[in-house]
Write a protein that binds this ligand. Sequence first.
Ligand SMILES: C[S@@+](CC[C@H](N)C(=O)[O-])C[C@H]1O[C@@H](n2cnc3c(N)ncnc32)[C@H](O)[C@@H]1O
Length: 205
Amino acid sequence: MPAFARDPGTAAYYEQRAAEYDEWYASLGRFAARPRPGWAAEVDELCRFVHALPPARTLDVACGSGFLTQHLRGYVVAVDQSPAMVALAQRRLPDGVALRGDALDLPFADDSFDRVFTGHFYGHLPPAERAAFLAEARRVARELVVVDTALRPGGTPEQQQERILNDGSRHHVFKRFLTADQLAAEIGGQPVLTGDWFVAAAASR
Ligand SMILES: C[S@@+](CC[C@H](N)C(=O)[O-])C[C@H]1O[C@@H](n2cnc3c(N)ncnc32)[C@H](O)[C@@H]1O
């Protein structure tokens, strides 16, 4: 089974991708030609979903460029292992803090937060890393909200994907696509967003 959160190649990929990461959300660059009906409206809906979460002391784990993080309300701390991603996220968090940190070994004491939020990270994790992440999330916060990429009708639920960056470099990343019900069952919670492109589930311990 491939690694993700502990894979040096994956870490290098995201560090290199940081500057172009938001092109995925904005359908720019290599994503402009992808047929994704309803994508833009659902990205807006996802941002509204994140903004509608009640204000709380929230830790965004694997925050990436901060595209979703910026919509969280309350006291927000964001961690990512990529320095370039952390720098981008910090610019979007004038009242929050973005830090380098390992999602599987969070640099925070037990119950430091009310909520762990994570977007498009959990679905990349193979089983052992999934278990490690969930244990860490439950240790630092009572509530967990996971956003991920929806399994579309006829889609392949689990893939070793080839990713091509704007410089033509090729990378390989493990990725799962999930239904909201499956995500909820895996984290021991309830579905809270059931879209065609994005799903989310929330759990409390
Ligand atoms: C697909 S991006 C998701 C970014 C953002 N959360 C979003 O929803 O757009 C996955 C992120 O996970 C980060 N990441 C991978 N392994 C990590 C780890 N062990 N600890 C912290 N961040 C990690 C990568 O650097 C990357 O920014």
